[in-house]
Design a binder for this molecule. Structure first.
Ligand code: PLP
Length: 422
């Protein structure tokens, strides 16, 4: 049998294997699509709302409607959805600075936060003077995960009973740490505990990579604020930039006052020409997220078959887009990322090299042949160059592309003799 034929047959076999997972993912996409359409209809999204505003952006009916639609989709009282929020990190930083005051304590209940939140919380030694929460007198503490990698509810309870805890943060996705993603049910249990011990504390959920992967979103589990990036899930692959915060109206207004200025809040903010893309991206998001999750399941099943550890396993329940592949060597990491890049629609000819990124500790190699810079609902793969040489891959606007790219990566490793002996 020819090599091409052998790989094509393996891919077909994997497709058959993951059929039940694909059907479940489609069911979730179906419900979320209805949810989004219902919100569009409820708020009477019209042609005039797709145009933007300039200058101060006062009385921007399109922006106001978009924010109402987001609020309804996320079951929140209000939402702030802006091109001026440049990323997920920015959205979360706005939420923290909006809520916390000098002397307050912020607790991360899900272990070490995502790398880019570290400088927001407090400067690494010798890197002060940039206006972190620590410099404003906000104290910080985190509750580590249990040995089973869940939320440590007992330690959280003990920690909540000490000091002036003003905000509790929960991160849904695992990020670059070794931690797995946490389901909405798991977040709900922790939020219930916070309500019991500290009814006055504000619960902020980092929702990056999580939107539309389940039937419910964090506000439905009791969160006060959720934040995320529009170049991840809710932008549907079309939003060229942007971030959102949704939750309690009074808190969302505080966040708006942080983004603009006290006295201006959410009343101003020009939308330029992004509104049509924000609306259309949100409309496409449930489907695009399903494509990305199915791509990840295919990649997991394929690499598991080839004898490499993956997380989550192909048949595990998912609550984010991220798929980890433990490849065991820097050579394998580079070969994998280069194959993903080569299978991209944009910059397929570019060869990714490891480099030092703002906000990240180790050199990182990134494969991102995306239409929108840094977009990670589009297929992308990145890996900090450190043991266990783990690639974090996510996205894929079409399942066909994701399937092809993961197959290419497997073939590249095989050709370089980097797969375990079979
Ligand atoms: C991506 C991500 C962030 C940061 O978002 P950016 O848009 O890259 O700034 C924060 N938390 C998690 C869990 C993420 O996945």
């Amino acid at each position: 049998m020819s090599e091409d034929r052998r790989w094509a047959e393996l891919a077909d076999e994997i497709d058959r294997q993951i059929e039940p997972q694909k059907r479940q993912i489609d069911d979730i996409a179906f419900s979320n699509q209805i949810k989004v359409l219902e919100a569009f209809r409820h708020h009477r999204v019209s042609d005039v709302h797709l145009r933007g505003s300039t200058g101060y952006g006062y009385h921007d009916a399109g922006r106001e409607t978009l924010e109402s639609v987001y609020a309804r989709v996320f079951r929140a009282e209000a939402a702030l959805v802006r091109p001026q929020i440049i990323s997920g990190t920015h959205a979360l930083a706005l939420a923290f600075f909006a809520v916390l005051r000098p002397g307050d304590t912020l607790i991360y209940a899900t272990g070490e936060p995502y790398d880019t939140l570290r400088p927001v919380i407090g400067p690494p030694a010798g890197e002060g003077g940039k206006g972190s929460l620590a410099e404003w007198g906000v104290r910080y503490d985190q509750v580590e995960r249990t040995p089973e990698d869940g939320i440590d509810l007992e330690s959280l309870r003990r920690r909540l009973n000490r000091g002036r805890v003003r905000a509790v943060a929960l991160q849904r996705s695992g990020g670059y740490s070794g931690h797995r993603a946490l389901t909405i049910d798991e977040l709900e249990e922790a939020i219930r505990l916070v309500r019991e011990c500290r009814p006055e504390a504000v619960v902020v959920v980092d929702n990056c990579y999580g939107e539309f992967t389940e039937l419910r979103e964090p506000v439905e589990a009791g969160a006060d604020l959720v934040a995320g990036s529009l170049i991840k899930n809710p932008g549907g692959g079309l939003a060229p930039t942007g971030g959102y915060v949704a939750g309690k109206r009074s808190l969302v207004e505080l966040v708006a006052c942080r983004l603009t200025a006290p006295g201006i809040g959410s009343e101003a903010g020009p939308t330029g020409d992004v509104l049509r893309l924000f609306f259309q991206g949100l409309y496409l998001a449930p489907h695009a997220v399903a494509q990305a999750v199915k791509s990840a399941v295919f990649g997991a099943a394929l690499f598991e078959r080839l004898g490499l550890p993956v997380q989550p396993r192909w048949d595990q329940r998912r609550t984010d887009l991220v798929q980890r592949f433990d490849l065991g060597s820097p050579e394998a990491v580079l070969a994998f990322c280069r194959a993903i890049q080569e299978a991209s629609p944009v910059d397929a000819h570019v060869v990714p090299e490891p480099w030092t990124m703002p906000g990240y500790g180790d050199p990182v190699v990134m494969a991102a042949g995306t239409f929108i810079q840094g977009a990670s609902l589009e297929l992308s793969a990145d890996a900090p160059i450190r043991p266990p040489y783990r690639v974090f891959a996510q996205g894929g606007l079409t399942y066909e592309h994701g399937r092809f790219a993961y197959l290419s990566a497997a073939r590249a490793l095989d050709a370089a003799g980097l797969l375990p002996r079979r």
